[in-house]
Design a binder for this molecule. Sequence first.
Ligand SMILES: CC(C)(COP(=O)(O)OP(=O)(O)OC[C@H]1O[C@@H](n2cnc3c(N)ncnc32)[C@H](O)[C@@H]1OP(=O)(O)O)[C@@H](O)C(=O)NCCC(=O)NCCS
Length: 175
Amino acid sequence: MRKLELLTKAHERAGFDCGSEPLNVFLRQTARQHAERGISRTFVLVEENAVEPKPILGFFSLNLCQIKPAALTPEFARRLPRDVSGIRLGRLAVAKEFQRQGIGKLLLVGAMVKFLEIFQLAGGIGLFVDAKDQAARRYYEQFGFVALPSNELELFLPVRSIQDALAGLKQRQPD
Ligand SMILES: CC(C)(COP(=O)(O)OP(=O)(O)OC[C@H]1O[C@@H](n2cnc3c(N)ncnc32)[C@H](O)[C@@H]1OP(=O)(O)O)[C@@H](O)C(=O)NCCC(=O)NCCS
């Protein structure tokens, strides 16, 4: 069974290739250091029972962020204080051999679930993401992310959309 785990030494980072070298290098060299120093957390999708070090099918990282409501569309900026908090989906990548099989979507759902866990403890207005290019922007838009007026490569998924998306998925699951 596939499972989302916090990145540790039990995962095979060196062989991961998503086709984007900066993302590969982040996973190999930076992600664990960032986790130790509290900068971000990286979650990896693996086969639960794989032999260690477990091959990584895909990963994402999350960190806390501070947002000025003026950066949001007026619809979302209304009645917010001067500074608000959100969660940034810093990186998202799927190993080349597993792309176009729905794993990116699965990771996004995983990130939304993690967002709601943080939301229960400390709030946060939604998930923010920096798309690396226009193709990545379109990828996020199909899941309801909205580009910020100040920067079309920075996108926002409000908490309400996350709650609705996860509630919709739950309804579709058989008991
Ligand atoms: C972008 C990425 C995370 C998508 O993951 P994935 O597992 O391949 O995507 P999914 O299977 O969940 O895709 C679902 C749908 O998104 C769309 N899609 C997939 N890859 C896309 C891309 N690169 N650009 C735009 N749309 C894309 C397709 O409509 C796809 O459905 P289809 O296969 O039925 O046509 C993956 O291709 C990747 O790691 N790319 C390299 C790194 C990267 O660009 N990361 C984005 C961070 S800014």
